[in-house]
Design a protein. Structure first.
Length: 328
């Protein structure tokens, strides 16, 4: 019992590299969505227009001196569910937002392909001068939410699965991105829960974490809070500030030590402009990687082996004793 308590408290002795002078002024936009559940998107382009309006209001507040001008803006996952490379109206809305901002916007866009049966969930850096640039494609789509395993066998029996539409095609490149001169580690939605995906980008030279997410399907449940809590732990784990953008919540800004700087309510329109610290120094967790996990796993297996061995020898000793008594 004492050992368990000592191990739990030892974490407070580990230093977190949260000091530094360099900062970036960034904006997180939560434009809100018209509906809930599986019908959260409403009419075509409504979510994108909501984020345009929120961005335009942000820049009016900047012009009025109410807010500092951000160096870049983060829109959430699914801020457009229509491919702006194939739909002129959607592209025009994004271009209008980018020109209004005058700085790059990281747009959460669902893109068509590859081929007619797939789509991609992406983050696209959209620059006011050069247009769309770097693209990160989500690597871990959600089964039965973004793609249907064994689709051809299940669809004839479960009509509800038809609501998923085209399967989401998984990316295979980590989210190393550069926006407005800053290196960011980009993950999308519940990828924040996967050690490998986060570690691959957060252990490098990224100066901050960025999480584009969409929890609109789960409004009113504990899932948005759960994901935000996981994100706070990632900030602490890698000692980096984290920007979280969701269409309807929970969005926010988290400091490198896990302190919540800004946090939105669900089902509201909210915009945050914050000056966040830039960190590249690796934490102890980043240096060790999966070593503690494997060490604890092996220790657990060793403990099980010891218990089984003791049980075996007790049974064997008991059997030998009983045999000896019978011969006596």
């Amino acid at each position: 019992m004492v050992g368990a308590v000592a191990i739990s408290l030892s974490g407070f002795l580990i230093p977190l590299p949260t000091s530094g002078d360099a900062t970036a002024t960034v904006a997180v936009v939560q434009g809100n969505v018209p509906g809930r559940g599986m019908d959260f998107l409403g009419r075509a382009r409504t979510v994108t227009r909501n984020h345009l309006e929120a961005t335009e209001q942000l820049m009016r507040d900047v012009a009025a001196g109410k807010l500092a001008k951000p160096e870049f803006v983060v829109w959430p996952e699914n801020s457009t569910d229509i491919d702006p490379f194939h739909d002129a109206q959607t592209r025009a809305i994004i271009e209008q937002a980018v020109q209004a901002a005058g700085v790059p916007i990281l747009v959460g866009a669902v893109l068509d392909g590859p081929g007619p049966y797939y789509r991609r969930t992406t983050g696209v850096i959209w620059d006011p001068a050069t247009g769309p640039g770097e693209i990160y494609t989500k690597q871990h789509p959600v089964p039965f939410g973004e793609y249907i395993p064994f689709r051809r066998f299940l669809l004839p029996y479960i009509d509800r699965l038809k609501m998923v539409g085209r399967d989401t095609y998984a990316g295979n490149e980590p989210g190393h991105m550069r926006i407005a001169g800053y290196d960011i580690a980009e993950v999308i939605c519940f990828e924040i829960a996967y050690d490998g995906i986060v570690g691959e980008v957060a252990r490098g030279d990224a100066q901050m974490l960025v999480v584009q997410t969409n929890n609109s399907t789960y409004l009113g449940t504990g899932q948005p809070e759960q994901q935000f809590a996981i994100t706070r732990l990632r900030s602490i784990e890698y000692g980096k500030a984290t920007l979280v953008a969701s269409p309807s919540g929970i969005s926010g800004v988290i400091s490198p030590d896990g302190t919540v700087v800004a946090k939105s309510e669900e089902a509201t329109r909210q915009v945050y402009v914050e000056q966040v610290p830039l960190r590249t120094a690796p934490t102890i967790a980043a240096r060790l990687g999966t070593v503690p996990e494997w060490a604890l796993t092996l220790a657990g297996l060793a403990a099980v082996a010891v218990v089984l061995a003791k049980a075996y020898w007790r049974r064997r000793t008991s059997t030998q004793f009983d045999t000896a008594r019978e011969w006596a």
